[in-house]
Design a protein around this ligand. Structure first.
Ligand SMILES: C[S@@+](CC[C@H](N)C(=O)[O-])C[C@H]1O[C@@H](n2cnc3c(N)ncnc32)[C@H](O)[C@@H]1O
Length: 186
């Protein structure tokens, strides 16, 4: 998908929340938290045109799995058309509904959840729904990684997970805060 098509999708849908895909600098920085030597299952919320998804697929082992949860129908269709890989599942739904589309055997066994959805657009209770669903699907020791435009997620993340680290990535439009959160199982 071209940058112009991404911009057109943003103009039609405010939930897209960014005028351009994430920079490769930021993609690589966020993905330094992932151990690509091991098989893993990763759920991605808001893959958009797939800038993270395609990077992940290039680095993932053959035994790994990538589950994409994209609310925007145009993006979901484009992902279906542009990714032909048996390791990928694509669901056109919202992140808060992730538990209803995952296989029962995946719930509680996800190694990573990566999120680009604009949490700042969600009301407090919806933020909690998404964060609690995320905690439910992650295995103990699993990692939640989220790139966001501000530090607004610190409080709800603390309330649900009880921990976080943040990093700032200025070389992106917009600049992002990257959250790294462990599911410590409590
Ligand atoms: C800031 S864009 C990030 C796109 C892409 N991951 C990137 O890094 O360029 C946010 C994405 O989240 C999607 N989105 C917004 N709210 C969502 C939700 N509740 N559930 C799933 N996807 C959502 C948007 O359609 C869009 O694709």
């Amino acid at each position: 998908m071209s940058k112009i098509d991404f911009l057109k999708t943003f103009i039609k849908d405010r939930d897209v929340a960014s005028v351009t895909p994430t920079s490769m600098h930021c993609v690589k920085k966020v993905c330094t938290n992932i151990d690509f030597k091991q098989d893993f299952t990763l759920v991605e919320y808001g893959p958009g045109d797939g800038v993270f998804s395609k990077y992940l697929l290039n680095k993932m082992t053959p035994g790994s799995k990538l589950i994409l949860i994209e609310l925007n129908k145009d993006f979901a269709v484009r992902l279906q058309e542009s990714i032909n890989d048996p390791r990928v599942e694509i669901h056109n739904t919202r992140a808060g509904d992730v538990e209803s589309v995952l296989s029962p055997e995946d719930i509680g066994h996800i190694d990573y959840v990566l999120s680009g959805i604009p949490f700042s657009f969600l009301k407090k209770d919806r933020k909690h729904v998404v964060l609690q669903a995320t905690k439910n699907i992650l295995r103990e020791g699993g990692l939640f990684l989220a790139y966001q435009t501000s530090g607004h997620l610190k409080k709800p993340v603390m309330e649900v997970f009880g921990n976080y680290e943040t990093d700032f990535v200025p070389l992106n439009i917009p600049p992002y805060f990257v959250y790294k959160v462990f599911n410590n199982g409590t």
